[in-house]
Design a protein around this ligand. Sequence first.
Ligand code: BEZ
Length: 189
Amino acid sequence: MTLDTQHLNKNRQDLSQLDEIWLFGYGSLIYKVDFDYIRSERAHIFGYERRFWQGSHDHRGTPDKPGRVLTLVESENTRCGGVAFQVSHDVFDHLDHREKNGYLRHEISLHLDSGKAVTGLVYTADADNEAYLGEASIAELAEQIYECSGPSGPNREYVYDLAAALRAHGEIDEHVFAIERALRAMEPA
Ligand code: BEZ
C-alpha cells in the first residue's frame, strides 16, 4: 500500500449519510486537538490496544531515521480508552493530511462514557502499510524513540505528552507508561 493514504481515505466512508460523525482519538488526537469539534467526551473501544508499531517519517522522524508512533492492534479482552470528538465532515481534509503516513480511517463501535454506543471513525496504521515497523521490545522502542526527531519535534515528546494526557483522563496504559519510564531513565540527570 502506498505511503500517502490521503487519497485512499477520501472515499472510504460516505459521511454525508451520517446524522452525527464521531472520531475516536487514542493517541496524538487526545493531546494535539488542532481541529474544530462540536463536543467531546471520554470513550472506549473493545478488542484493541495501543502499540508503538508504526513508523513516522513525517512528524516524529525522517525518511532516513523514522520515529515510532501509535497504532491500534487487535487484542482479545482488552479495552482502550480515549476521547471521542463529534466533528463535521470538513475536518477530514486537515486530519487526512495530518495522518497521511500510512493511516486509514476505519469504522468502529465506540462507547461514550455518557452511556451511548455509536459508530465512530478511527485512524489506524495496518500491518501492510509501507511505514509499518511492527513489534519491538520496550527497550528497543525507547532507544529508537529517544534518538529520533522530526518536523513535529522530538519523538520522545510524543510519548511524554501522550502519557500526561492519558493520566489526565484517568487512563492507565502500561505499554505507553513503560516506554515513558524507559525514556525518562535515558534523560541526562
Ligand atoms: C489518534 O490519536 O487517534 C491517532 C493516532 C495516530 C494516528 C492518527 C490518529
